[in-house]
Design a protein around this ligand. Structure first.
Ligand SMILES: C[S@@+](CC[C@H](N)C(=O)[O-])C[C@H]1O[C@@H](n2cnc3c(N)ncnc32)[C@H](O)[C@@H]1O
Length: 271
């Protein structure tokens, strides 16, 4: 059962500014699910407008990096309306299988609607912290702009590790820490505009204020790489996109048992 508030409004402190959901892990799950459910219908449009269409390019790159094998099994967690799942489906081909998981029912419904008539592609309502999936079932897994929203990130990473086959690859695409001062300053200014733009476009009181707050509270590239290693992944690497405002992390579930914390985080080589 969910603890804490059921709607974003219930997170308001009653003394002015909305309470920062990211500071309230117990309430975060309920807040995040209610918020994404509320904005689901406008989510894709907003994503494209606010990222200037770049999210599509980043997703294509993430899928290229995780390289699902033709005929293989692929998983997309926090799938939203299914962008990454559709790209994975293209790569595994008609003989492959793709599962998308999201805990917001309206997102799952939209993804299923988009998938109508396509074989080998399923969208399931479920929580990243307790995936309703068997062990060692997937060759690859992706998480696009979702892991930051999960209440207990280490638990979700362990779940991803559990459902991957030994040797299976994980890609996590997430906002991160800009590495250029000039770009960081411009990005900081844009971050101030996002809640305002998002409120107007999504008609949700604070969904896009949550977005900027959660990005600020998210660990930088190396710290998240450490979390991946802690969860048991090896060959942990990352590549910065848009001067590091976004990072794509690649990790592997070792084929042989490995001590947690082994392996180094290296940027993925260019080219
Ligand atoms: C920012 S959207 C990203 C959607 C999609 N991956 C994309 O990149 O377009 C984050 C998604 O994560 C889902 N989500 C957040 N926490 C979750 C959890 N604990 N379990 C499952 N889904 C979750 C939300 O419902 C939302 O659809």
């Amino acid at each position: 059962m969910d603890q804490g508030p059921q709607t974003p409004h219930e997170l308001r402190s009653g003394v002015g500014a909305p309470v920062d959901a990211a500071d309230f892990p117990e309430g975060k799950r309920a807040y995040v699910r209610a918020m994404f459910s509320a904005i689901a219908r406008r989510y894709d449009l907003l994503n494209t407008l606010l990222s200037f269409g770049l999210h599509k390019r980043w997703k294509r790159y993430a899928v290229q990096l995780v390289a699902p094998p033709p005929g293989g099994a692929a998983l997309d967690v926090c799938c939203g309306t299914g962008d990454l799942a559709f790209l994975l489906r293209r790569r595994v081909g008609p003989a492959g299988r793709v599962v998308g998981v999201d805990f917001a029912e309206p997102m799952v419904r939209l993804a299923r609607h988009r998938a109508a008539g396509r074989r080998g592609l399923w969208f399931v309502q479920g929580d990243a912290e307790a995936l309703p999936l068997p062990e060692a079932a997937f060759d690859v897994a992706t998480v696009g702009f979702g892991i930051r929203n999960v209440g207990r990130v280490p638990r979700a990473l362990r779940e991803l590790w559990r459902v991957l086959k030994p040797g299976g690859r994980l890609v996590v695409l997430e906002f991160s820490q800009p590495r250029s001062r000039l770009f960081g300053a411009l990005y900081g200014l844009y971050s101030h505009l996002i809640p305002w733009l998002g409120r107007g476009l999504s008609r949700h009181p604070d969904a896009y204020r949550y977005l900027t707050t959660s990005i600020r509270g998210w660990p930088a590239q190396e710290a998240f790489s450490g979390m991946l290693r802690q969860a048991g992944f090896s060959e942990v690497r990352y590549r910065n996109l848009l001067f590091g405002a976004v990072a794509v992390h690649l990790a592997t579930k070792p084929s042989l048992p490995q001590e947690p914390g082994q392996g180094k985080a290296n940027p993925v080589p260019e080219g």
